[in-house]
Design a protein around this ligand. Structure first.
Ligand code: PRT
Ligand code: ZN
Length: 285
């Protein structure tokens, strides 16, 4: 039977969320500590646990059919792979930073300077676009200490909260790339594997959609129902049910996380009462 092999990070910032997503897709497997491989019991998929930097290469070589990796690593390695799905976790940015005391005005600051990074390709591309000539000093880790030990005048590193830069006396001055975890595959996947991939993507979509949406229930006097329906865009139109109390209705719908607070305020102003908002387990569209 055809199976997909998916490469996921063995241990690190991507691992937990990658495996959580797969579990939320209803896929069951055992991954004991230190195992390099695992097999799902209820879906045709096998897992390879690897270092994130190796994942694009393994997918390119066909050792794995799919991978979950940070977009920063994918683009840095530039392997001509497809992004099948943006997964919304491990969000971060690749930024240029300089010592706090520096008087930074714009990107021309870096002309002729030394920049330490683990992302030489992404950085070079950015500097080329901006017409800046700088010396890129590639190092594999602890990039943030480079200015302090006199190795470089600036750094280009992954930033999430900004506290690592702050603690090392640096300030973020330019964001050069925004990243999140992505599901990748080789562009030439055979049809039988593609079919399994489409099933997996269908499940991932329903999990991601459910995270971005909430189920909302509220009560409203009948003469306000029409106005409230205008504010409540559902997957189709809201469900309206009569309440035991004469002249009142209950409305049910789905609301997007992004517009949530804005809509709730409008609903209250329009006369909605007893508003309940509940998470959605899966959402099939
Ligand atoms: O061992 P392996 O090679 O598999 O893992 P790794 O150590 O190379 O990678 P890992 O687990 O640290 O990160 C995996 C992926 O997570 C990265 O490629 C990014 O896509 C994503 N990610 C998200 C991050 C961060 N957030 C992050 N904050 N990767 C690294 N960091 C580091 C950054 O390098 C810096 O040292 O955290 C520090 C900055 O964090 P803040 O919060 O202080 O700004
Ligand atoms: Zn790595």
């Amino acid at each position: 039977m055809t199976k997909l092999k998916i490469a996921v990070q063995k241990s690190g910032r991507l691992s937990e969320d990658s495996l959580k997503l797969i579990k939320e897709c209803g896929i069951k497997f055992n991954n004991g500590r230190g195992t390099l491989k695992a097999e799902a019991s209820n879906f045709p998929i096998e897992f390879l646990f690897l270092r994130d930097d190796d994942i694009p290469g393994y997918v390119e070589d066909g050792i794995a059919d799919l991978g979950i990796v940070g977009e920063n690593v994918l683009v840095e390695k530039s392997k001509g792979l497809d992004i099948n799905k943006r997964l919304g976790f491990s969000k971060c940015r690749l930024s240029l930073a300089v010592p706090k005391s520096e008087n930074y005005t714009d990107i021309n600051y870096f002309e002729g300077k030394n920049i330490a990074t683990s992302y030489p390709n992404l950085l070079q591309k950015y500097l080329d676009e901006k017409g800046i000539n700088a010396d890129i000093h590639e190092i594999s880790g602890s990039v943030e200490i480079a200015p302090g030990i006199g190795l470089a005048e600036g750094v280009c590193d992954i930033v999430s909260s900004g506290s690592t830069l702050f603690m090392n006396g640096l300030k973020e001055v330019e964001v050069i790339f925004k990243s999140e975890a992505v599901l990748i595959s080789s562009p030439d996947m055979p049809a039988d594997k593609k079919e399994i991939l489409n099933k997996l993507i269908f499940r991932i979509d329903s999990v991601l959609n459910s995270k971005n949406n909430k189920y909302i229930l509220l009560n409203a006097p009948n003469d306000k129902v029409e106005e409230i329906i205008e504010i409540l865009p559902g997957m189709r139109s809201p469900t309206v049910l009569p309440l035991a109390q004469e002249g009142w209705s209950s409305l049910h719908s789905v609301i997007n996380e992004d517009e949530f607070w804005d809509r709730i305020e409008k609903l209250k102003d329009a006369g909605a009462e007893g508003i309940l908002v509940v998470p959605i387990e899966k959402m099939i569209q």
